[in-house]
Design a protein around this ligand. Sequence first.
Ligand code: HH2
Length: 253
Amino acid sequence: MGVVNVTPDSFSDGGVNLDPDTAAAAARRMVEEGATIVDVGGESTRPGSEGVLADDELRRIVPVLERLGGEVPVSVDTSKALVARRALELGAILVNDVTALRGDPELAGAVADRGAYLCLMHMLGDPRTMQDDPRYDDVASEVAGFLERRLAFAVAQGVPEERICLDPGIGFGKTVEHNLELVRRLDLLVALGRPVLVGFSRKSSLRRLTGSDDLLAASVGAAVAAYERGASILRVHDVKPHVDALTVAAAVA
Ligand code: HH2
């Protein structure tokens, strides 16, 4: 899954794709490089961010989706039903909701009505406060329990189980050690029986581990580690190096 953030403030690519032609070209290039889907988002969820209005999100992403014209498989990174409905009308096939259906009571219906795919992600707290001293007794089993409950909720709301993938939410209310433990024990999430998505790309834990500002090799290392432990969707900013690395890791498996 390639990432195109159409925002001024995303932590790694903020401002790069604000022009819709640039964003659409980036999405097309990602597919040429081997991405199966491109995640388009109009709201940054980086630590400390405040959230944006649905109108602003729509103003950012609609021109991009119109340019892609349904020809690039698109996931929409939103927690808002209004935004999801418009994106699905414009050809998006997956709704990537970092609140796991806790943000907008209408979102499950929007997904179910269109027969779309859905990603449910774990987050402790909200983006404004999530990195203020996050604590768990056992992060892997708590995240697995949370995702199991949100999966049951989504199914009860009419989203078919076979359309849902699960994500531990790397960096969303987690310390470096929590993030590593979640990948180390990814088998707990895989055991829930749904595809597992991991997004470690360019996240600050990688900088803390390596001491380097160039996070490309670190991102690829994290993606391969997650893949080896059962992740089947990797959310990444630099598609080509990830596709090459994962192709080799898959060939060895
Ligand atoms: N990470 C980010 C945003 N959305 N969605 C899922 N399912 N999993 C993730 O790990 C995830 C996500 C944050 O990364 P990014 O999009 O690069 O930054 P920002 O939120 O600042 O736009």
